[in-house]
Ligand binder design. Structure first.
Ligand code: EPZ
Length: 418
């Protein structure tokens, strides 16, 4: 196992160019099954989830290789419609493969991806969407068998704007004759990015970013080279790191609109945020002020993937902050470790009440999920003394060498074997 050793007290200052967004690249990797030819994804982040997804594509018969920061995929060899047992457990996003495999081969089998650290992660909406397109779904034991022999375009209604389920239907319908309409679709920027990618390949998708996405099936798609949007969650995480250390950071290629909810909250905490020609600049005050209340919501509400990082920032802010996690049922596991560092946090169900303290102190803590782990690093940067964060493999799922990025911005942080 590896850990991060952090010596707190250094300001985070400097400029960062963000890599492609994990949550854009993962569905785009799945969609790369659809076209003929070689897809090239530029700015592909060097993170574990990307390699895990690449490994699954290879097991399905595709050619998939990373060269510098370009991932190349050729699905010509795609023959296996049955997801190998256990692969789906490796990475939850394998569920995104259902749509494109059905779209291409008209049948698919996948094992239940199962829950993860932050919740049960059901897939009922994914299956509801596919059934609305005429897919016959059989669930026996942990395997889901899909027969798309009579698939057809149609209307899909989601009870909840699920990101993954919206993306699955978009990909399943891209090669399906007729018009498919998704109602109450998720509106995240990564959905718009998938639409852009599909359309660049010759698809006919519109409405992404609104509650209604319309997909007109085409006969074939051709592979392209594509640069996904920058990672707004990595960007927001670095903004929080600068905010808690009284620092200053310029995110050079962020799309400011993607971070509006986070920028709004950090402004409420006393940060000065400006949109520069070159991106987004944050200047932090000496000490942050508490925000009144933060509620996570589907986009364009506050992103659940930034909840843990903002909770960490609230720990040393002046005043009391309230955080409500509305999206996932078990996404406050970072609280216990923050309290070990001296934070004053009360949790009841999905609500955390954070009473800001002057200073946190270093401790040995453990990452329990991807964003909770990042939150512990943020707390360690402003804590007095040394912190060791264990189980950083979870952080590596979504952050490319986070320790190098932070060290380049002035942090005293190193990776170490534990
Ligand atoms: C995507 O997960 C992201 N992952 C998550 O990022 C992100 O937190 C989430 O969207 C919400 O924004 C990727 O894009 C790879 P959902 P996804 O379906 O698609 C319930 C990170 O840290 N639900 O919108 O799984 C579900 O239980 C990760 O980068 C159902 O009930 O999210 C949850 O409560 C974590 N039935 C809510 O909807 C379903 O069939 C949101 O899930 C599907 C979801």
């Amino acid at each position: 196992m590896e850990g991060f050793r952090v010596l707190g007290g250094e300001k985070i200052e400097g400029q960062v160019r963000l890599q492609g967004a994990k949550n854009a690249v993962l569905p785009i990797l799945a969609a790369a099954l659809l076209p003929e030819g070689e897809t090239v994804i530029r700015d592909c982040p060097d993170i574990r989830d990307v390699y895990a997804m690449g490994g699954i594509l290879k097991q399905l018969g595709c050619r998939c290789e990373m060269r510098q920061d370009e991932m190349r995929i050729d699905s010509a060899g795609l023959k296996c419609w049955e997801m190998p047992e256990g692969l789906s457990k490796q990475i939850r996003s394998s569920i995104f493969l259902l749509g494109p495999i059905l779209g291409k081969l008209r049948r698919a089998a996948v094992t239940y991806p199962g829950g993860c650290e932050i919740g049960l992660r059901p897939i009922d909406l994914h299956l509801k969407g596919l059934r609305a397109l005429g897919v016959k779904v059989q669930e026996d034991g942990g395997v889901i068998r899909c027969d798309g022999g009579e698939m057809h375009a149609g209307d899909v209604y989601f009870d909840y704007p699920s990101v993954g389920a919206t993306e699955n239907v978009m990909m399943a319908a891209a090669l399906l004759p007729g018009v498919t309409t998704v109602h109450n679709a998720a509106r995240e920027p990564e959905i718009e990015d998938l639409q852009r990618f599909l359309n660049m390949m010759g698809g006919r998708v519109c409405g992404a970013g609104t509650q209604v996405v319309r997909i007109e099936g085409v006969k074939k798609l051709r592979a392209v080279s594509y640069t996904p949007i920058p990672d707004r969650i990595v960007g927001g995480t670095l903004l929080c790191a600068a905010a808690v250390t009284g620092g200053e950071i310029l995110l050079s290629n962020i799309r400011p609109a993607d971070l509006m909810p986070v920028g709004d909250k950090l402004t409420e905490m006393g940060c000065r945020i400006s949109r520069e020609e070159a991106g987004m600049l944050l200047r932090a005050p000496k000490r942050l002020k508490a925000f009144s209340c933060l509620q996570t919501q589907p986009h364009p509400g506050f992103p659940t993937d930034m909840q843990a990082q903002m909770l960490a920032a609230a720990c040393t802010a002046e005043g009391t902050s309230v955080i409500v996690e509305n999206v996932f049922e078990n996404r406050l596991s970072h609280v216990a470790d923050l309290c070990r560092m001296g934070a004053d946090i009360r949790v009841s169900s999905r609500t955390a009440v954070v009473s800001g303290v002057e200073k946190l102190h270093g401790a040995r803590v453990t990452a329990r999920d991807l964003r909770g782990g990042a939150a512990l690093v943020i707390a360690a940067l402003c804590a007095k003394g040394e912190t060791v964060v264990e189980n950083v493999a979870l952080i590596d799922r979504g952050y490319a060498k986070l320790e190098n990025t932070l060290a380049g911005l002035g942090a005293k942080i190193e990776r170490m074997p534990l």
